[in-house]
Design a protein around this ligand. Structure first.
Ligand code: RET
Length: 274
């Protein structure tokens, strides 16, 4: 995870600052995971929780189980960032993105509470988490796909790739949970392997697909108009070093212009004549 972070940050230096949003989000994901795995690899970040099902199998024998809560601290930060990567690629309206991220937080936190609860009430929390996962799946497979396809074939193709990969992997997490924190069927070591493989595929594998797909996509094509210092036009100043594109009419420096130029007006925030 640490190596992936360094590679992604190095890759970000190859593109202008205004085009680094997906590099930065993805590097943040692997950076957080690096610290979470440092913790789990050091056999830290767990608590002994009484089990609902006492098993006779020696690998899970006993009345308590190690629950690695640090995993959920990782996910509560990284899963919204993964969704941000996906839903920004689709150009989804920001309120829809916000609501999906909130449901994602509900999914992870109810999953954590369910893992820490000893009684059969844990399955109540599991149910809340599953309901949230279905909503997220609907946003990715249906709403996001419509938006992405509308933005063009290249964006549509990248979206299908990262969205499809994510939905497939994310539905394997509740299976791992049901076998470990939930049902106490597999040992904490097997649980670490199960979640570990999923995390590498869902973070590093995902990041590789995403950044590959974005190599030819300008964030501006997704509605992400990000300015660098040399693009800014101060009101009342002459147009200097503008890099945005587009046509329209508007006012600059109090003078209404009717001609077509290119640029991004800093006040209006939309493409307008300058
Ligand atoms: C839990 C608990 C029970 C129900 C559900 C869950 C879903 C978890 C998911 C986690 C995804 C994690 C990722 C990590 C980063 O790499 C919390 C296990 C539905 C979908 C992608």
């Amino acid at each position: 995870m640490g190596f992936a972070t360094l590679v992604i940050v190095a890759m970000s230096f190859r593109v202008p600052r205004s085009k680094r949003i997906f590099h930065y989000i993805t590097a943040a994901i692997t950076m957080v995971a690096c610290i979470a795995y440092f913790t789990m690899g050091s056999n830290l970040g767990y608590a002994a929780i009484p089990v609902e099902f006492v098993r006779s199998n020696p690998v899970v024998r006993g009345t308590a189980r190690s629950v690695f809560y640090v995993r959920y601290i990782d996910w509560v930060i990284t899963t919204p960032l993964l969704l941000l990567d996906i839903l920004l690629t689709a150009g989804l309206p920001w309120p829809s993105i916000l609501f999906t991220l909130i449901l994602d937080e509900i999914m992870i936190i109810t999953g954590l509470v369910g893992a820490l609860v000893a009684s059969r009430y844990k399955w109540g929390y599991f149910t809340f988490a599953m309901a949230a996962l279905f909503y997220i799946a609907y946003q990715i497979t249906w709403v996001g796909r419509l938006h992405a396809n509308h933005l063009g074939p290249n964006i549509g193709r990248t979206y299908i790739m990262v969205g499809g990969w994510t939905i497939f992997l994310w539905f394997l997490y509740p299976i791992a949970w049901g076998l470990s924190e939930g049902g106490n069927v597999i040992s904490p070591d097997s649980e670490a392997v199960f979640y570990g493989i999923l995390d590498v595929l869902a973070k590093v594998g995902f990041g590789a697909l995403l950044l590959w797909g974005h190599r030819n996509i300008d964030p501006a094509a997704l509605g992400l108009h990000i300015r660098d210092y040399d693009d800014v036009i101060l009101p009342g100043e002459k147009n200097r070093g503008v890099t945005g594109t587009g046509t329209g009419t508007g006012t600059t420096g109090g003078v209404t212009t009717g001609t077509t130029h290119t640029g991004v007006h800093p006040e209006v925030g939309t493409t307008t004549a300058v």
